[in-house]
Design a protein around this ligand. Sequence first.
Ligand code: SAM
Length: 498
Amino acid sequence: MQGWTEGYVTEIGYTHGFHVELLPWEMAAALPDAPIRPDQPFDYCELGFGQGFSLALMAAANPQARFWGNDFNPDHVAHVRGLADAAGLTNLTVSGAGFREYLHEYLPAFDIIALHGVWSWVGPVARADVVRFIDARLKPGGLVYIGYNVLPGWAQYLPLRRLMLEQARREDGSLPARIAAALDLAGRLEGQGAEYFRINPTLSPRLAQLQGRPAQYLAHEYFNESWEPVYFADIAADLAAIGVHFAGQRRASDRWEAALQAPAIAAAAGPGGDDPVFAELLRDYLTNRPFRRDLFRRAGGTAATPDPDPCWAALGHPRDLPRRATLPGGSVVEPDWELSHDILASLQAGPLPLSVLQARHGTAVPGALGLLTALDLLTPALPPAGLSARAMTAQRLNAVILHQALQLDRLQALACPVTGGAIAVDRVEQLFLQALHQQAASPPEAAWAALAAVGQRLLRDGRLLETPKQNLVELEERWQRFRQRRLPLLCSLGAVQP
Ligand SMILES: C[S@@+](CC[C@H](N)C(=O)[O-])C[C@H]1O[C@@H](n2cnc3c(N)ncnc32)[C@H](O)[C@@H]1O
């Protein structure tokens, strides 16, 4: 499988996912001294952007900024160019160059360089090229976001991946056929009671999970020649060598849990506890999580002055608020329910500045905002200045996405001009929106007509709904939920124009 792609899979295109981690304003909100501010243009680069859907969403929601990126798979580049052309996005420039060649293209210095799902999926040569790119192209004070597979969280799965890769190498035929043969082999060994599976009880559920994933995903996740989860300490050292240092975790829930984990880390670390890199390494052992989302920062530059009165927008309905919740790292949290509920209710009509929320709901608001963000029910919003320009480009891309939903189940998010970000919106929700746009008398019936026209049916509890009647009943239920909770929210975020 070696060649011009250095062993990286190109036979099958990657999935069309939208990754919330890449959104620039949520990155900025993670730091007290972010390099970007809403009233100023900035330059953002995504390396190895896959199908480029996240990049297109960000460009559409932020016409004041410029977005750049590369991916050496020509189909990926064609896909994102197609989206940008169809939506008339003039602030998005993509390249089909590999990381090494991209460095020599005519590019600005970047405020943000982001890589999601790339670092541990490429070999040491490509990783060194990425580091050189960051060194040459990141502004002083600029941010780097990296999402990657980490050790020890992946430790017990490495031999499973090797087994599947070896089998795929031995087979002839298309990559999907070789992937199927590799999964079969792993299943056979597991069925024979192989000791490797017996002493690692988390393997069987993982294998079952893999058996349900599309070849498109598996090809890129497991069947590259290079696939190497790394230790946090190693990635931190690679970037420290070019003056780029760990600045914090990207996800609000990880930051919330970090505060809860601080005493355990201090107790384990002893005198070494004040070294942030060592503390992060210990955190990975404490949590055994498989994926990290990190922000790194180059020293220097002028940090943007934090907005003393930032705006906030709801990402959920008050009825989505749990009394008790388990964060991704396993910590159980209990929000101040009355206050959090009131904040979410206030934000249903649209974003509000902190000062207004405090005037309405009291001085405990900032603490509640932190946990609501960690629960993915809240996000920072941009000030109203510039909203109409953002809405224009976002609506153009959203129209392209909704139109595509009539045929394909691929692009599952819409751009949000209110936040300069995007929100996940599934295919059925998109079909409802398309029906509303076309003033259909019954959105569930219009959605069913669209699905039936391309020979598709819905799943309920993993079971295919066979008859038109079953599908219509399901769509009617989903429509009622959508109309009451999600539609007002999508309008408040500007993803849909009321
Ligand atoms: C696992 S995919 C992740 C894609 C995307 N970032 C995402 O998370 O959806 C890795 C991507 O990196 C690209 N890639 C791998 N090696 C590369 C290289 N040397 N230069 C440019 N792109 C590369 C692949 O084509 C692929 O799209």
